[in-house]
Design a protein around this ligand. Structure first.
Ligand code: ADP
Ligand code: NA
Length: 350
């Protein structure tokens, strides 16, 4: 069997928001207690949708600072940026040859990001999920904490691992580096694990504060739609006060949130920030109006986020410290990735 290993990544594009924090970073922090974890600033992904950035290095440092300020320990675990480990791109090339074009064409994120002018999207944007599979599998990681929007990409990573394992089965056996595993009912001898997504929790998909049918996103033109990790207490309170709701108050049971996406979103955010279930939050606030719940939510959000943004500012005041953490993490990640790529080259036959 495979050694359990957690891997995840965040792109250095624009400000981190509450969706990134609750869907990803907060889970990264919780998982580090009982697992070996690798957390990556995925800078190679950042140039798929937009090629030229003003300050990519600054953005990379800012994500690394967010990881550490949120409580990730870069000594016990690994924090680094993707471009420091060339094996990600190397394995991605091999996976480009494993994956089928039809698989990529089905990805909803590609369709969303490419928009109407698909012929003019970068080839990198189409191949993005293949690089993401390589990010994970170049460490043979087994568990990936992500927001709900990444579910389809993780299914693709499983498809790529499975096709690699089956197509190279005899060669994997010959190297002696494989693992007996069962795919469906069939016992095979594979090299890559089929990754498990870790998506649960009360806020797997944090929605826009202005429109409960759209996910909270960096690219939403409305600043009121999202809470940024770096927002100050007044901004957080203002955005929550202005958050869209319906005329009813809070229900006393989760059933009562059905068909009320804005109410459901705010209760989910509260639950995730407080490490409680939605049912538990409703047991406290059921029957109350949003005029009571919103200030409580704002206080909670400020209590959780303010220490993180203060620590991020402190860390970013000394870029040499952050750079040293990234350099050290990159070296440790590279040592692991080199071993896996050595095996992969043997398996492919280079
Ligand atoms: P973004 O989606 O904001 O461009 P990334 O692609 O770098 O940022 O995503 C980083 C992590 O944040 C991923 O695990 C993604 O699933 C998660 N995430 C992003 N937006 C949300 C959201 N609105 N709700 C929950 N998780 C989210
Ligand atoms: Na995303």
């Amino acid at each position: 069997t495979f050694q359990p290993l957690v891997f995840s990544g965040v792109q250095p594009t624009g400000n981190l928001h509450l969706g990134n924090y609750l869907g990803a970073i907060r889970k990264f922090v919780a998982l580090q207690e009982n697992n070996d974890c690798i957390y990556c600033v995925v800078d190679l992904h950042a140039i798929t949708a937009q090629l030229v950035h003003d300050d990519l290095r600054g953005q990379i440092r800012s994500i690394a600072a967010a990881f550490i300020a949120s409580g990730i320990d870069p000594k016990k675990h690994i924090v680094f940026n993707q471009s420091a480990v060339p094996q990600h791109a190397e394995l991605a090339w091999i996976f480009n040859c494993v994956a089928r074009i039809g698989w990529m064409n089905r990805m909803t994120q590609f369709k969303d990001k490419a928009g109407k002018d698909r012929e003019n999207a970068s080839l990198g944007l189409l191949a993005y999920p293949s690089l993401m599979a390589a990010d994970i599998l170049v460490y043979r990681a087994t568990h990936v904490p992500v927001g709900d929007d990444q579910k389809q990409h993780l299914e693709l990573a499983r498809d790529i691992a499975q096709k690699f394992n089956i197509d190279f089965q005899e060669k994997i056996r010959a190297t002696g580096k494989g693992v007996d595993m069962v795919v469906g009912e069939e016992p095979i001898h594979g090299y890559f694990p089929l990754v498990e997504p870790l998506i649960d929790g009360p806020a797997p998909r944090v929605m826009s504060l202005r429109d409960g049918t759209k996910k909270m996103s960096k690219s939403d033109p409305s600043d009121l739609s999202r809470i940024n990790l770096m927002d100050d207490a007044d901004e957080i309170a203002r955005k929550i006060r202005k958050a869209k709701t319906d005329p009813e108050g809070l229900p006393s049971e989760a059933e009562g949130l059905k068909g009320r996406p804005e109410a459901d979103n705010l209760v989910g955010i509260y639950a995730a920030l407080a490490d409680r279930s939605k049912a538990d939050v409703l047991a406290e606030f059921g029957g109350q109006q949003f005029s009571v719940f919103k200030p409580a939510l704002a206080d909670l959000a400020v209590n959780v986020l303010s220490p993180i943004s203060a620590e991020m500012r402190r860390l970013l005041g000394d870029t040499s410290h952050i750079d040293a953490i990234l350099r050290d993490g990159g070296e440790r990640a590279r040592a692991r990735a080199e071993k896996v790529m050595g095996d992969v080259f043997d398996i492919v036959g280079f």
